[in-house]
Design a protein around this ligand. Structure first.
Ligand code: ADA
Length: 563
């Protein structure tokens, strides 16, 4: 079937569905595999983490995906891949388009025009750990690293002049003023005629001067309703040129950081919620909208208003749902416990900057995102890490001055870089990783909060909001035990009882993202010795989202704080 484009309009189609597939095993040089030699002997859904499926469970090596595109002759366009793991080589009609490794990050690739209308798209994907090929992902990260195409792929066939990006920034709901910046593909263009539509009605007409393909303008929405987690009011914005129609949704909410508080629309909020991995034992990180809604409904029901997307940028579908259902999101780039070897690697350094920038640009318009994060539990107590902490902070502030930036530190008392964050985020496990002779060491929890709060005062950081970005205890689902000690559901519930009580009652603590929403698969190697079943078992739900005892405990605290 020949596809016909609507005249002078952008045509977008999803490439999701069943693709040809082949698992090629431990190839020596996936860079050199000749696409025409690949024998596709299977079919695989896109999106999918193929190594989560029974036939390929746990394999490491090279895989190939193939599909065919139907593009009118002489039409150019681009592909948007919303998130892949771990290393990829993209080939169109036998020609290399790009080789990259930016797990969980969106990537765009131009499609050159051709006489042919049936185009062959091959994605060679490798899921082996390799410091050169995959500098951002190490074998020791405490969540299973899958291969495949985790998220949707879109084919965009725009008119010759099109909008590449727009940041729509509602100032505040009292004024209803919206500042906007728009970018087009043609950098020689001097001005752009554009109409703004709000919720299907025409709002305003603009003639925007452009410099190097970018220009700014503003418009007004009459009496807008504010966006908060409790009142997630959204407005659909369409930017229409005579050749394009670019759409997004926005919410009127401001974020400020003042006197040790995070303020939404000028009002201090207590952030209560979970760290959330995109993970399911059967599907890995390739989750459906149905599964995202399940997780969000469970968190809403417990009184959560806050989610830390650990430890990589969340799926845009998940962010859309957070916009719609009302959650505040801490959106962070991929990193986990990185040390000297990583900080000294050029690939890691550049990869951090590139993925963080892509994260900011691609999730800029989501009202749910209230802060940017980077380098989870990196070496923020070491001198060698300083330049990257500084660069990432500056990058966040220059790409987006409207949101605070932070990083989850595991060094509350030795951290050297609190100057490079607007919110102090601490990961710590009092009452869990404890001295070997301690039985039910719950007393450690309040003692740690006291010491940290004193310390932030002493080092003059108490004017920054403080979030407990990880804290928790493991429990094996169904393991109820008279001793109520480590790994029992009782101990986890008692532990989170102390944590939540403290966070809810102490005004100096801005919030908590408990570790973690649900259990998640981790190391397949002996690294798993502290991880029974090879899962991180600190979920309040198990990996199939079945609640443990702690569910009711956390819910009681989080819902009581709202009364
Ligand atoms: C760290 C890390 C988490 C998880 C946690 C744990 O804080 O950021 O990903 O590994 O420890 O369970 O120990």
């Amino acid at each position: 079937m020949q596809c016909k484009l609507p005249e002078n309009q952008r045509h977008i189609e999803t490439l999701d569905g069943m693709w040809d597939f082949a698992f090629l095993g431990e190839t020596e040089t996936p860079e050199c595999i000749e696409p025409s030699q690949i024998k596709y002997d299977d079919r695989m859904p896109v999106p999918s983490a193929y190594d989560a499926y029974p036939r390929y469970a746990g394999v490491r090596g090279t895989a190939a995906y193939r599909t065919f595109l139907n593009i009118p002759s002489q039409q150019s366009g681009f592909l948007r891949l919303w998130g892949t793991g771990m290393w990829n080589r993209i080939i169109l009609d036998g020609e290399e388009l790009k080789t990259y490794s930016l797990p969980y990050s969106p990537v765009e690739l131009s499609i050159p025009a051709s006489d042919q209308t049936r185009r062959e798209l091959v994605i060679i994907n490798d899921n082996r750990f390799d410091a050169q090929r995959v500098p951002l992902q190490e074998y020791y990260y405490d969540f299973y690293a899958y291969g495949g195409i985790y998220r949707s792929i879109e084919l965009h066939l725009p008119a010759p002049l099109y909008i590449t990006e727009a940041h729509i920034n509602p100032e505040d709901h009292q004024s209803g003023k919206v500042q906007a910046r728009v970018w087009v593909n043609d950098h020689s263009l001097k001005s752009l005629s554009l109409q703004v539509w709000v919720d299907e009605s025409q709002n305003s007409q603009h003639e925007i001067p452009l410099i190097e393909g970018a220009g700014s303008f503003s418009f007004q929405i009459e009496n807008p309703q504010p966006w908060t987690a409790e009142t997630p009011n959204l407005y659909k914005i369409s930017l229409k040129t005579d050749r394009d129609n670019w759409e997004t949704r926005i919410g009127f909410r401001t974020i400020t950081v003042e006197n040790g508080k995070v303020q939404i629309n000028g009002k201090a909020v207590k952030l209560l919620g979970y760290c959330h991995h995109e993970a399911h034992p059967q599907f890995g990180p390739a989750l459906s909208v149905q599964s995202h809604v399940q997780d969000l409904q469970l968190m809403k029901d417990m009184g959560c208003n806050f989610i830390r997307g650990s430890h990589y940028p969340m799926d845009p579908v998940f962010l859309d749902l957070c916009d719609e259902l009302g959650f505040y999101v801490f959106q962070e780039s991929l990193g986990w416990g990185n040390r000297e070897k990583n900080f000294e690697s050029e690939g890691f350094h550049q990869g951090q900057l590139e993925q963080t920038k892509k994260m900011i640009h691609s999730s800029w318009n989501h009202p749910c995102v209230i802060m940017w994060g980077y380098l989870n539990e990196g070496a923020s107590n070491e001198k060698y890490a300083g330049p990257l902490y500084q660069e990432l902070y500056k990058l966040c502030k220059s790409e987006d001055p409207t949101r605070p930036a932070t990083y989850a530190s595991m060094f509350p008392f030795e951290d050297l870089y609190f100057e490079y964050c607007d919110v102090i985020s601490i990961n710590h496990y009092p009452g869990w990783y404890s001295k070997r002779d301690q039985v039910r060491p719950l007393h450690e929890i309040d003692a740690l909060f006291d010491r940290m709060l004193d310390h932030f005062q002493k080092i003059d950081q108490a004017d920054k909001p403080f979030i407990m970005s990880e804290i928790g205890a493991g429990a094996i689902y169904g393991w109820r035990d008279a001793l109520k000690s480590h790994w029992s559901e009782e101990y986890q519930a008692d532990h989170l009882d102390v944590v939540c009580k403290r966070v809810v009652e102490d005004d100096r603590i801005t919030g908590v993202s408990l570790w973690q929403f649900c259990d998640g698969r981790t190391y397949a190697s002996a690294e798993a010795l502290q991880r029974p079943r090879a899962f991180n078992n600190k979920g309040t739900f198990d990996e199939y989202r079945r609640p443990k005892l702690a569910y009711q405990t956390v819910k009681n605290h989080f819902t009581s704080s709202k009364e």
